[in-house]
Write a protein that binds this ligand. Structure first.
Ligand SMILES: [Zn+2]
Length: 282
């Protein structure tokens, strides 16, 4: 449970000023490190390209392994076999209902799994990712933590090289570099479409609801921007748009719930707060 000294709706002029201050602070940090970055330019760019080619190589290997996995699943399903090679049969149990089980399941020396009724099952190995490439560059070169990932990110982009995460995975690295980004600049089609859709359902819907707050015992005022906040007679709903399930953030979720709850409580409003994620890719 987050506790606050105060929570207030923020005015547009305050939010504008906040982002202006944030941008100039980031620019100052960048310029402070520019000498070091320029001295290490070749090394930094070499690591960038090394991360890119590692990723491409891993991705190629993954595709091969993935296709092998798929055809194995297909064959096992046709033959009604477990991955251990033994037959599977339909088991009817009083407790678990019907399920497909391996006839050799008592043999604990080997792994048992079958994909019957779930031909789209995913393999137990992960797709390679370039996410976090600025931190990787920093780690590979042993740069100090004072060279933030944001500084490396901007240095690469200023050298006319693309954000690898955006290029290969369609999700900008910025979202993980900065806790707070001026999302007003990068609203996705998905977010706008959701906002429109929700607008038909609720009495009131606010896009990028701006809140300023101060946590108890923490220095400085902070800002928060829940994506979409809607309300009706009974509830206030917080909708947070995410690209996929892997982007959910439990801290952000509890913070937003606590912030909106405090706002309502201070206003003597007894409605409930409901939080829901909206996923672009299920
Ligand atoms: Zn088996």
């Amino acid at each position: 449970m987050n506790e606050f000294e105060y929570v207030l709706p923020a005015k547009k002029s305050e939010v504008d000023q906040f982002f202006k201050d944030t941008d100039s602070q980031r620019l100052r940090d960048y310029n402070k490190n520019l000498g070091l970055l320029n001295r290490m330019k070749d090394k930094i760019i070499n690591e960038y390209h090394a991360i890119k080619s590692d990723y491409l190589k891993n991705q190629e290997e993954y595709q091969v392994k993935f296709l092998q996995f798929r055809s194995k699943v297909l064959k096992l399903n046709e033959a009604k076999k477990c991955i251990c090679g033994a037959d599977v049969r339909l088991v009817s149990g009083p407790h678990f209902g019907d399920f497909w089980g391996c006839t050799e399941h008592m043999n604990y020396a080997v792994r048992h799994e079958n994909y019957i009724l779930r031909p789209d099952a995913l393999p137990n190995f992960y797709e390679p990712s370039v996410k976090g490439w600025p931190a990787q560059i920093r780690n590979r070169l042993g740069l100090s933590k004072s060279v933030s990932t944001g500084i490396i990110y901007n240095f690469i982009l200023n050298n006319n090289l693309p954000d690898l995460s955006l290029h290969f995975e369609g999700v900008s690295e910025l979202g993980s570099i900065y806790k707070i980004v001026d999302t007003r600049k990068k609203a996705t089609a998905f977010e706008l479409q959701q906002f429109k859709r929700l607008g038909f359902h609720y009495d009131k819907c606010v896009w990028q609801f701006s809140i300023k707050y101060k946590s108890l015992g923490v220095r400085g005022q902070k800002y928060a921007f829940p994506d979409i906040v809607c309300s009706d007679d009974r509830n206030v709903y917080i909708y947070e748009c995410k690209t996929s399930k892997s982007d959910v953030n439990d801290y952000q979720k509890s913070l937003y719930i606590d912030l909106i709850s405090k706002l309502l409580k201070d206003a003597g409003d007894t409605r409930n707060v409901v939080f829901e994620y909206l996923f672009e890719h299920a």
